[in-house]
Design a protein around this ligand. Structure first.
Ligand code: GLU
Length: 465
């Protein structure tokens, strides 16, 4: 029987989660789920200068909030140093690594010279041939050193990328690379590969900014006789300006999106279609998103972040949330105006008009507040409708049996007007807006008294303009 699929999300907690890394998490999660496999979470926090506890916590909070659940972990690489040390010793015993005493400054100069002379920036192997005596002498002097993996010459690393197809890399183009920092901690290249093998990960889906790391990681795994996972690299997300998506071109953290009132399902529906083709444009729940996930539908071209698309899915999620959910979302922005007893009827009225929770605020003020402020175009509509129109409406509303439908048909009969010539001035008078939620429902909520006061005001404006 085949190995069951195991995927992972392996974030480095060096900042808040954004769309880029969330999409990586999502694709791994969806893939594992759609093939009946499992998904693990591993926090890659060996770089103590850049990793922060607050970001670890934020990653867990974001994933919980989005409903991306893992079956294993979270593992913390910072707790696994003893394991990495064993593998370093193995590589040392087998002569596959060497200590490198080059300083950051020296390396920077070498890189500069290489770039200036048109060569690719690559470690030139300065410390590769150091004699044992020289190494011992430098160590005795207390010089800090990293551990470099000695890349074999004249070989080809080939692997089948499950998204991009066969990839070939010549080892002569790969410089010896650092697998242990000078503080003894494991570099990303090393512990990421080792842990995939040790944790039984079968598939690693990640952005193609990691593609050139893969041959290096395969070399490490081969040297240690460890299993090699199936790698799949998908194009990273670009901003609207076609540069990598970042804060500068519109990316916002998941935390910011949550605070702004974005809904998990909207975000997940958007991201699962960003660089992954799904012709179904219905809002899907997590189960359905899994069933729709297909590695073959991952695009080979870069995906472009588009806030309009995000908002499209946000709108869908907002409209499909239950009344109670919707109320919880908008409550902080409307509780000041909406009486508790009208909460769910208010949701019923405004929900179809909402994208963000704050969109509810103006409607709460219009329906439950006392005063309206009229824009020029609204005043013009009232003026064109004429005083008499509003007076007729006021009179009709005196009838206790009157409702909106009836009001419209009686106005039609009495004024000879039709359609928009009735609705526009009524909406203008009652809400000081020309568009918005269903007027009949808003009238129910604001009550006849308030409606009559507003119509009287409109009658005055119509006369005085
Ligand atoms: N810690 C790496 C990152 O956040 C993981 C890369 C991978 O998925 O292999 O980019």
């Amino acid at each position: 029987m085949n190995n069951p699929v195991k995927t992972r999300f392996a974030p480095s907690p060096t900042g808040l989660m954004h769309f880029g890394n969330l999409r990586t998490a999502l694709f791994n999660y969806l893939y594992a789920k759609c093939v009946g496999g499992s998904f693990l979470l591993r926090i890659e926090d060996t770089d103590i200068n850049r990793s922060e506890k607050q970001y670890c916590d934020a990653i867990l909070t974001d994933l919980h909030w989005l409903g991306i659940a893992w079956q294993e972990g979270p593992y913390y690489q910072s707790e696994r140093q003893a394991i990495y040390d064993e593998y370093y010793q193995n590589l040392e015993r087998n002569g596959r690594v060497y200590p490198c005493f080059c300083t950051e400054e020296q390396l920077a100069i070498t890189r500069k010279v290489q770039l200036a002379t048109g060569q690719p920036p690559r470690y030139p192997g300065t410390c590769r041939g150091l004699s044992n005596e020289s190494i011992e002498f430098k160590k005795a002097q207390g010089l800090p050193f990293t551990l470099r993996f000695e890349v074999p010459k004249n070989e080809v690393v080939e692997f089948e990328d499950i998204i991009k197809g066969v990839q070939r890399f010549e080892t002569d183009h790969i410089g010896d690379f650092i697998i242990r920092r000078n503080d003894g901690s494991a570099s990303f290249m090393f512990c990421n590969a080792i842990d995939d093998a040790l944790m039984g990960v079968t598939h690693a889906l990640r952005g193609d900014d990691h593609l050139t790391n893969t041959p290096r990681q395969i070399l490490i795994l081969k040297a240690l006789n460890l299993p090699i996972v199936c790698y799949g690299h998908f194009p990273t997300i670009l901003g609207p300006d076609s540069r990598p998506l970042s804060k500068r071109n519109g990316s916002r953290s998941i935390q910011e999106l949550r605070e702004a009132g974005y809904l998990p399902l909207g975000i997940l529906n958007y991201l699962s279609r960003l660089g992954h083709h799904d012709p179904d444009m219905h809002l899907l729940d997590c189960e359905a998103l899994c069933q729709h996930f297909n590695l073959e539908h991952i695009s080979h071209a870069p995906a472009h972040y588009d806030v309009a698309q995000l908002n499209y899915w946000q709108k869908e999620a907002m409209h499909q949330s239950t009344k109670e959910e919707c109320w919880q979302l908008i409550m902080p922005y409307v509780a000041e105006w909406v009486p508790k007893s009208s909460a769910l009827s208010f949701v019923e009225v405004v929900q179809p008009n909402l994208i963000m929770p704050t969109d509810a605020t103006p409607w709460a003020k219009i329906i439950f507040g006392e005063t309206l402020s009229y824009k020029e175009e609204v005043l013009e509509i009232m003026h064109a409708a004429k005083t008499e129109f509003f007076q007729t409406a006021i009179r009709l509303l005196e009838d206790p049996e009157m409702n909106f439908q009836l009001l419209v048909s009686r106005l039609q009969q009495e004024t000879g007007r039709k359609g928009r010539d009735i609705f526009f001035p009524l909406r203008a008078a009652l809400t000081a807006e020309l568009h918005g939620p269903e007027l009949a429902k808003m009238l129910d909520l604001m009550g006849i008294e308030k409606a009559r006061t507003r119509l009287a005001k409109a009658a005055q404006y119509a006369e005085s303009l």
